[in-house]
Design a protein around this ligand. Structure first.
Ligand SMILES: C=C(C[SeH])C(=O)N1CCC[C@H]1C(=O)O
Ligand SMILES: [Zn+2]
Length: 597
């Protein structure tokens, strides 16, 4: 009897898989059309198709639940049924789902269309976050220009979305309850097979000492540059001075804060421009790294359909970089408004990592075409970029002079990587601590901005450049808040990518623990078929196995831990501790004196 039931279940899964592929393809096309050309028509189409697909999923769900799948012996068949049994926001009644989709659309459209006026030319008021505001934060060293731009961007992109955000939270929580979760926070945590965020807090406690050292060092350097009145000796760092509108990575202040300024150092952005890199050449270079590992090239359709530069026809579009799977096994695209910078060179590898994952699991049932967990998906491209940014590989690309590979250059290189990877961790951690708190009702609308900045101060040690109030809504000035993109995936990625990197470097014979000639930070897995095959094998799993199994397949361990990050940056940590002691820099930060609650 049970055999017959399972056989029927298998047959049903094949039918449902085909229907799901069609539905997700339709939905993705509508979403792509809206995000690459924001018009009322495209927005309306996206809403209609989303509601139709949600109704189809609700119908299918009834049939799915008519099977006794909890009793199935075939664990794989049971896993598929379990995943189909989780309806997500499609569980909402149509009118509530419409309110949810519209609230998120309103926030995303506001963010995409937001413009500010230029500090120097107040009549020029067509500056978007990409590329104009991003470029100002990359290049300006004028605290007043940075402060003005920061305030204007947060006013234009954040404040208007407060109401829609509250609506979105309420609808999302309703959906979570219909799926058997207390709030959407627990639903999001379930993605990592966690009941709460304790494990994320443990990881942070392991990393915090390293972060405090680089934070103290950078604050000291910024104080030297801008003076005591702009940067205090013991307080949080003002968020507008860190080279990034969200202060999430600080690579743009490397040029005037590096440990050994007189060492030969190539500005990668300048080198890319000097070598006539175009967006296309950046993409082809990234592709070549993947094929050097015997992983898949980009399909022809990818080159036909991707948008790799901001169109200059004046259209409104979502410029924030993204990679797309159209769930038909053939159509995979990137949409990004590339400019020729070191940061976009890294982003191009990041996005292509998503496409590579899509290609590796494209023959899985649709229900398994996802990362082992969302953090894995964010880690793939970054793991490749860790090899690309090694001194060894930069020389291969002619992006770094054949300077001596001495200790001081090595510290400079680790410092540059630390301004991206160590610095990002508290930001990646706190963004969803904020949203968990809102989902759980701990942070009410009247406390949104106050609680957001309390987290920014306590976890990240940064403060706003000017007083804030509940007239503001600074979280929505960050894309992922306005676009309803879960963010803990990046925190997970910045932890596990170093575990993946270490495993691949061992396989490529590029790393020997304790051997200063084969360090993690100078490992380059380029052209290593052994490493490539091992990575491909893990990626082919998609989400068909619990993520600890996928992790174990590549690294031999089942858990996330900070050992990869800490081992990679150990020489920098030692140097920073000694340097901060030498200069008497205060470690950590005292409460901010800026009024924001
Ligand atoms: C590049 C992407 C698209 Se998935 C991105 O959003 N990232 C990559 C790094 C962290 C996060 C961000 O920009 O906030
Ligand atoms: Zn990504």
């Amino acid at each position: 009897e049970r055999q017959a039931e399972e056989a029927a279940g298998r047959q049903y899964m094949r039918k449902l898989d085909e229907a799901t592929s069609q539905a997700k393809n339709r939905l993705t096309i509508a979403s792509w059309n809206y995000q690459s050309n924001i018009t009322n028509y495209n927005q309306e189409q996206m809403l209609q198709i989303s509601l139709e697909v949600a109704e189809e999923e609700k119908e299918a769900w009834k049939e799915t639940m008519s099977y006794l799948w909890h009793e199935f012996e075939d664990q794989d068949l049971k896993r598929m049924f379990k995943k189909y049994s989780e309806l997500g926001t499609s569980a909402l009644p149509e009118d509530l789902n419409q309110r949810l989709i519209q609230a998120v659309n309103n926030m995303q459209t506001n963010y995409a269309k937001a413009t500010i006026c230029d500090y120097k030319d107040r009549t020029k008021c067509d500056l978007h976050v990409e590329p104009e505001v991003t470029d100002i934060f990359a290049n300006s060293e004028d605290p007043e220009e940075l402060k003005y731009t920061w305030i204007e961007w947060h006013k234009a992109a954040g404040a208007p979305s407060r109401g829609n955000f509250t609506e979105y939270i309420a609808m999302d929580n309703e959906a979570a309850k219909l799926n058997g979760y207390d709030t959407m926070a627990e639903f999001w945590l379930n993605e990592y097979e966690m009941k709460n965020e304790d494990e994320f807090a443990t990881l942070w406690s392991q990393i915090k000492p390293l972060y405090q050292q680089i934070h103290a060092y950078v604050r000291g350097k910024l104080r030297q540059k801008y003076g005591e009145n702009v940067v205090s000796a013991k307080g949080p760092i003002p968020a507008h001075l860190l080279g990034n509108i969200w202060a999430q990575t600080w690579s743009n202040v490397e040029k005037f804060t590096k440990p050994f300024p007189d060492k030969p150092e190539v500005d990668i952005t300048a080198a890319l421009i000097a070598q006539n890199y175009t967006p296309l050449k950046m993409f082809q270079t990234a592709e070549e790294f993947f094929t050097s590992l015997t992983l898949s090239p980009m399909p022809d359709l990818f080159w036909d359909k991707s948008i790799i530069e901001k169109p200059n026809d004046g259209r409104d579009m979502v410029c924030h970089a993204s990679a797309w799977d159209f769930f038909d096994g053939e159509d995979f695209r990137i949409k990004q408004c590339t400019t020729i910078t070191s940061e976009f060179f890294t982003t191009t590898h990041h996005e292509m990592g998503h496409i590579q994952y899509y290609l590796q699991y494209k023959d899985q049932p649709v229900i398994y075409r996802a990362g082992a967990n969302a953090g894995f998906h964010e880690a793939v491209g970054d793991v490749i970029a860790l090899s690309v940014s090694s001194p060894k590989h930069l020389r291969v690309m002619g992006l770094l002079e054949d300077g001596v590979d001495d200790q001081e250059s090595n510290i400079n290189q680790l410092y540059k990587m630390g301004l991206d990877k160590i610095v990002f961790l508290p930001f990646g951690y706190l963004l969803d601590l904020f949203r968990y708190s809102v989902f759980r009702g701990i942070t009410a609308p009247r406390d949104y901005n106050c609680h957001f900045w309390q987290l920014r101060e306590s976890v990240q040690g940064v403060e706003p450049p000017a007083p804030r109030s509940e007239e503001d809504f600074d979280p929505a000035a960050k894309y992922h808040i306005s676009a309803d993109v879960e963010y803990m995936r990046y925190y997970v990625s910045y932890i596990v990518q170093f575990q993946f990197h270490r495993a691949l470097c061992l396989l490529a014979d590029q790393y020997t623990p304790g051997d200063s000639n084969k360090t993690l930070s100078n490992c380059d897995i380029y052209k290593s078929e052994t490493a490539g095959k091992a990575l491909g094998k893990m990626l082919q799993l998609g989400s068909s196995k619990p993520w600890p199994e996928a992790m174990e397949m590549l690294t031999g361990q089942r858990n996330m831990d900070a050992s990869g990050v800490l081992e990679y940056f150990q020489p920098l940590y030692d140097w920073l501790k000694a340097e901060n002691e030498r200069t008497g820099e205060f470690i950590g930060w005292e409460p901010s004196t800026v009024q924001y609650c």
